[in-house]
Design a binder for this molecule. Structure first.
Ligand code: NAI
Length: 329
């Protein structure tokens, strides 16, 4: 079984090479190029390709992969919105993914953002490096006995609920389905009640038509003054222009974002003055109470090895012709 691994970063190679020891018979060749219609032809002579959220696995790419004899696309991530499933089905190419690898990795990062934004750790770090040991601008508030409002209580949201409980917070949640595992310590409430009653709001629901821009000026105005907002899910859950307006209205004590609407527009790859001038992300970064990280929630050793393990198991299931819960239908 030969896999061509696209968009390789050094940490991908390390975790996959390490896991490969337990999968004799699987061979991986790594390329730095990402998968798209120009690079799909490189897959000639391989059985499968391994791709990521950034890959362009549209109709054209799928067609070329089919012509080169590829029978399997291994997505080393949960999402598959960048794969044209109709084309994959048409050409009989199986698509497999890694639905959940380490919910704690993302939830712990969400809490790290909440704490860093609350206590202005990024500012404190820079001040002390400049030999400024004063505390001005660094005051936060205790999380203990405050209310955490968790929107979306699936795998990651549930892990965040447990972390907030550990901090001694009251935990309320909003979801279209209640998670029975949380019934002992989480109170489900309406979205409005969550918005008006929470000191910390953390988003953990997927991006769908029904959740697109769910945080907008209307919902922001319903929040408590001095709330902390954290988004580690998908940028477009938050309408950035409205978030900026909310920050200007002094609604937020802090905002921590691991994801942002412009993530896919290469805003910070191009870095031209013109692009940055119109970038809402760059505008967000100009506020002292906003902290942004670059979609690193998943990025822990444990999560990477779980991704490698599941991806390689998916490859074996394909080879053996076994059905799998990780099949994208
Ligand atoms: P999950 O599928 O286990 O949970 C999602 C929850 O959201 C479910 O309980 C679902 O009922 C709920 N939901 C659906 N529609 C909703 C609505 N309209 N309002 C409120 N809740 C709603 O997903 P999981 O694994 O917990 O992941 C959550 C999100 O985290 C993913 O969709 C993804 O966007 C993001 N993510 C971010 C990563 C990062 O590195 N920052 C890494 C992995 C995932």
């Amino acid at each position: 079984m030969k896999i061509l691994f696209y968009d390789t970063k050094s940490y991908d190679r390390d975790s996959f090479q390490d896991t490969l020891k337990d999968f004799p018979g699987v061979e991986i060749e790594y390329t730095k190029s990402d998968l798209d219609p120009r690079t799909a032809a490189l897959a000639e002579g391989f059985d499968a390709v391994c791709a990521f959220v950034s890959s362009d696995v549209g109709v054209k790419t799928v067609e070329i992969l089919h012509n080169k004899g590829i029978g399997l696309i291994l997505m080393r991530c949960a999402g598959f919105n960048n794969v044209d499933m109709e084309a994959s089905r048409k050409y009989g190419i199986r698509v497999m993914r890694v639905p959940g690898y380490s919910p704690e990795a993302v939830a712990e990062h969400a809490m790290a953002l909440a704490l860093a934004a609350n206590r202005r750790l990024y500012k404190a770090y820079n001040k002390v490096r400049e030999n400024d040991f004063s505390l001005s601008g660094l005051m936060g508030f205790n999380f203990y006995e405050k209310t955490a409002g968790i929107i979306g209580t699936g795998k990651i949201g549930a892990a965040m609920c447990r972390i907030c409980r550990g901090f001694g917070m009251k935990v309320i949640a909003y979801d279209v389905y209640e998670n029975p595992a949380l019934k002992d310590f989480v109170e489900y409430v309406s979205l409005d009640k969550l918005l008006s009653g929470s000191d910390l709001i953390s988003l953990h629901c997927p991006l769908m038509d029904s959740t697109y821009h769910m945080i907008n000026i209307g919902t922001i105005k319903k929040m408590k003054d001095g709330v902390i907002l954290v988004n580690t899910s998908r940028g477009a859950l938050v309408k950035t222009e409205d978030l900026i307006e909310g920050i200007r209205l002094h609604k937020f004590a802090g905002v921590g974002l691991d994801v942002y609407e412009e993530e896919t527009n290469n805003v910070f790859e191009d870095r031209s003055d013109e692009i940055l001038e119109h970038s809402t992300t760059a505008r967000l970064l100009s506020f002292p109470n906003v902290m942004i990280t670059s979609h690193q929630g998943f990025f822990t050793r444990e999560a990477l090895s779980a991704i490698a393990e599941t991806t390689l198991q998916n490859a074996l299931d394909y080879e053996a012709g076994r059905e799998s819960a990780n099949d994208v239908k």
